[in-house]
Ligand binder design. Sequence first.
Ligand code: PBG
Length: 329
Amino acid sequence: MIYSRNRRLRVNESMRGLVKECSLSTDDFVMPIFVMEGDNKEEAISSMPGIFRRSVDLTVKECKELFSLGVKAVNLYMKVSEDLKDNTGKEAWNKNGLMQNTIKAIKDAVPEMIIMPDVALDPYSIYGHDGIIENGKVINDATNDALARMSVSHAEAGADIVAPSDMMDGRVLAIREALEQSGFHDVGILSYAAKYASSFYGPFRSALDSAPKDDLEIPKDKKTYQMDFHNSREALNEVYKDVEEGADIIMIKPGLPYLDIVAKVREAIDLPIAVYNVSGEYAMLKAAAQNGWLDNDKAIIESLTCFKRAGADMIFTYAAKEAAILLNK
Ligand code: PBG
């Protein structure tokens, strides 16, 4: 009817503030961090402008800075040297491995930082797969045993929440049981429940040198465990199973092309939902901004806010630090 004018509530910033349906805060951010061996070392990742691989000492320094900006959670990824890789991924549960040492160092320096190590075998695998390979296939249950050992070793080092990103069936239960048996009742599980086989992971795989190896004997991609991007009902099946197995937080990944999945899962469950604004999404935004085709700051704040609108509670994003600086202005 004619007297209904939607523009009334958009007249100025204060009015728009009153009717805002969601908001973005540094509380929502989880910063993914790439770590490598060495001292005082930092290497830029060319396809991800502004993102670096750093040695443990510089990683700790970065965590202090992030915490002071209000970013209170980090998700850790290791660049593992080739000589430590094998098919079992056993370096992943080395008590003195790079991951374990990084967790300890961050906990020591910034005790309130929430530490979420990635749990998956790909950075440790000679094949670049998230699981153990037998007869040319990624095998599920033996991989779960490895992921459970890896999770316990992260917990021993001081992790707050382990984040399995591998997409094996039943791994949430395997990890939960192992954590309980080792007395880590309070260490949570953030499960990548709906993780798709996506081309948007490219820059991440080059950052860690973790892409599936080009070898006729092994699967050339991750489609036998990560989800098919044609599907959305299947995401709910994945989510319900992980909730039943004891996940504390549910992840959907990638992010921006998958907001329909975030909204659908939000309707279906009441656990906290995380979304991953992945490396390829970050690279696209940066490439456009560097060419002057997009306003970097506005595009970052808009896309991160859209995750909140879709129903996510927390956002894994390489733009966390930049966005925190913008929000603190
Ligand atoms: C692997 C893992 C990947 C990412 C996080 N954990 C890549 C993959 O599944 O191949 C991608 C993150 C990103 O692209 O930012 N377990």
